[in-house]
Write a protein that binds this ligand. Structure first.
Ligand code: G3H
Ligand code: 13P
Ligand code: NA
Ligand code: ZN
Length: 328
């Protein structure tokens, strides 16, 4: 059944678990997420980005998610719009039947220019006003995501601030978070705590606290009733990088956020954990390996089945690790 983000995350907060929010662009991703949720009895957040709408088109995305709900009626599903860059984008998603929208007012409508606090408050507040009138939840964002190691937003295309960020921009301020939530009434807040989008988060194997865990604690203490969201939470599985490079790929050495660090976040108020890159890597690795090992095969269903299986395994692992399993 379709439920709102607020409903799902209130339950997660009460029981101390986190919910992975997987990006969806196509049938295989959608099925992998639902098969894994079914297998582990987990609630589901699927999110569609502007890039997803460009790739699949809004009607296909919408019906993909509705089909998932029809096929798995016992699983609660949040249909979330990822990184909305304007009031108009959010309004359209609400009209399409999304049960949750993100208004990312930390960046301008180009998804790249860092914006000031007052703009962010104003645009987020207007989205909350219309969304809440429709029973739709809202996620805001305060602070610009960036790797504390590199000082950059990470991603080349898509959503991410351009250029080198100051340390201040890269960590959400707890007092400002309090004011922001009071002024906007958001249900969930994406915070900057050392993660960045894409596959290139860290250039060396991460050890110890590579995220600003104390900052997460301080923010949670200020806004205990607002669910924290961690974007850029892919772990960049080294085993899939190896498979990709073994079968014709060429991806340089790179590291993601260790699952143990995400669990530290979940202990301190992180409830929604955004993951896209990990499924991309698993899918690409599985397809490369399948085609290399079956050079005469040309039925796309064969290599897409390998892709679905690889993505399902990642989803199962995250549902189990985040304590989400058994909570559908
Ligand atoms: O926020 C970034 C997500 O990974 C979506 O990426 O804009 O390429 O669809 P995308
Ligand atoms: P990753 O690139 O780490 O998977 O993050 C995805 C994300 O934050 C989508 O909003
Ligand atoms: Na989002
Ligand atoms: Zn994101």
């Amino acid at each position: 059944a379709l439920i709102s983000l607020r409903q799902m995350l209130d339950h997660a907060a009460e029981h101390g678990y986190g919910v992975p929010a997987f990006n969806v662009n196509n049938l295989e991703q959608m099925r992998a997420i639902m098969l894994a949720a079914d297998q582990t009895d987990s609630p589901v957040i699927v999110q569609a980005s502007a890039g997803a709408r460009k790739y699949a088109g809004a009607p296909f995305l919408r019906h993909l998610i509705l089909a998932a709900i029809e096929e798995f009626p016992h699983i609660p599903v949040v249909m979330h719009q990822d990184h909305g860059t304007s009031m108009a984008v959010c309004q359209r998603s609400i009209q399409l039947g999304f049960s949750s929208v993100m208004m990312d007012g930390s960046l301008g409508e180009d998804g790249k220019t860092p914006m000031d606090y007052d703009y962010n408050v104003a645009v987020t507040k207007s989205v909350v006003d219309i969304a809440h009138a429709c029973g739709v939840s809202v996620e805001g964002e305060l602070g610009c995501l960036g790797s504390l190691e590199t000082g950059t937003a990470g991603e080349e295309d898509g959503i991410g601030a351009e250029g080198v960020l100051t340390h201040d921009q890269m960590l959400t301020d707890p007092d400002e978070a309090f004011e922001f939530v009071k002024a906007t009434g958001v249900d969930a807040l994406a915070i900057a705590c050392g993660t960045s989008h894409g596959a290139y988060k860290f250039s060396r194997p991460p050890t110890g606290d590579i995220l600003a865990i104390d900052r997460i604690k301080a923010i949670h203490a200020k806004i205990p009733n607002t669910h924290l969201v961690m974007h850029g939470s892919s772990s960049v599985p080294q085993e899939w990088l190896k498979v990709i490079n073994e079968f014709g790929g060429d991806i340089p050495e790179t590291y993601g956020v260790p699952v143990e660090q995400i669990l530290e976040g979940i202990k301190h108020g992180v409830r929604k954990v955004n993951i896209d890159t990990d499924l991309r890597l698993a899918s690409t690795g599985a397809v490369r390996r399948f085609l290399a090992q079956h050079p005469a095969e040309f039925d796309p269903r064969k290599f897409l089945q390998a892709s679905t299986k690889a993505m399902t395994e990642i989803c199962v692992a995250r549902y189990e690790a985040f304590g989400c399993a058994g909570n559908a």
